[in-house]
Ligand binder design. Structure first.
Ligand code: ADP
Ligand code: MG
Length: 253
């Protein structure tokens, strides 16, 4: 897609991260991250285990409290001490490696409960939207199933539908296919590719280099809490300029 659809870089950024630092005790995990994402842009974040990729995503929706720096998403100052965390979470959908569905709720209810509790969107309205997002992830035949009755790939697609049901401006994906059996990865990536084609702004931590190469407008390589290199996939994945990027790619490609 990167060759067909140019990166939408004109106009105001949707996400603006400046000087972001995060420490756990004395361990500094993010060491000054600057990252700007425009509406409709798909940014894939790659890098070795422990480099701070998950912590970065978790700071964006305040699952972690940043130690220093600023994060803005649209009109929201995420790092303002008085920010409404629920408001941030309404605008930012997140998909985790481990799905995190409610095991005791049906697929349909998994996709209506947050609409009800967070948006106050009730009954038939919430259900209509859940049905339509479940159709977008090709699961409209599983509305009454429970998570345990689904494959990992199906569960992950429910998690994506659940996030989409909140009409997010931004979607965060943290290694969404890493827990899946190899034969189930494709269906999830297909759904994510479609979302990207529809213009969703996405920050995706992934080890799927083929996906990053094909779908990302920009690839960001992180190591040791810093952005080492970023640019279009054909540059960062195919012709990296930094030795640390080259070394990482030698191990994963
Ligand atoms: P990645 O996602 O790139 O593998 P993480 O962001 O998960 O990296 O972790 C980066 C570093 O921060 C690791 O050393 C990890 O052990 C540490 N870390 C992450 N979360 C916590 C936490 N809640 N408490 C203490 N250390 C943490
Ligand atoms: Mg991680």
């Amino acid at each position: 897609m990167s060759e067909l659809t140019p990166a939408p870089v004109e106009g105001e950024p949707l996400v603006e991260i400046r000087g972001l630092r995060k420490s756990f005790g004395t361990h500094e995990v993010l060491k000054g991250i600057d990252l700007v994402v425009h509406p409709g842009e798909v940014v894939c974040i790659i890098g070795p285990s422990g480099s701070g990729k998950s912590t970065l995503l978790r700071c964006v929706n305040l699952l972690e409290q940043p130690t220093a720096g600023t994060i803005r998403i649209g009109a929201m100052e995420v790092t303002d001490p008085d920010v409404d965390i629920d408001l941030v979470r309404r605008h930012v959908g997140m998909v985790f490696q481990q799905f995190n569905l409610f095991p005791h709720l049906s697929v349909l209810r998994n996709c209506t409960i947050a609409q009800d509790k967070v948006l106050g969107r009730k009954g038939a309205d919430a259900e209509r939207i859940a049905r339509s997002t479940l159709a977008r992830v090709n699961l409209d035949d599983k509305l009454d199933a429970f998570p345990a009755q689904l494959s990992g790939g199906q569960q992950q697609r429910v998690a994506i539908a659940r996030a989409l049901s909140m009409d997010p401006d931004l979607m965060l994906f943290d290694e969404p296919t890493s827990a899946l059996d190899p034969e189930l990865v494709g269906d999830v990536l297909t759904v994510m590719r479609r979302l990207a084609d529809e213009g969703m702004t996405m920050l995706v931590v992934t080890h799927e280099m083929a996906f990053a190469r094909e779908v990302a407008h920009r690839v960001v390589f992180m190591d040791d809490g810093m952005i080492v290199e970023q640019g279009p996939p054909e540059q960062v994945i195919s012709a990296p300029t930094e030795e640390r990027t080259r070394e990482f790619l030698r191990r994963v490609l």
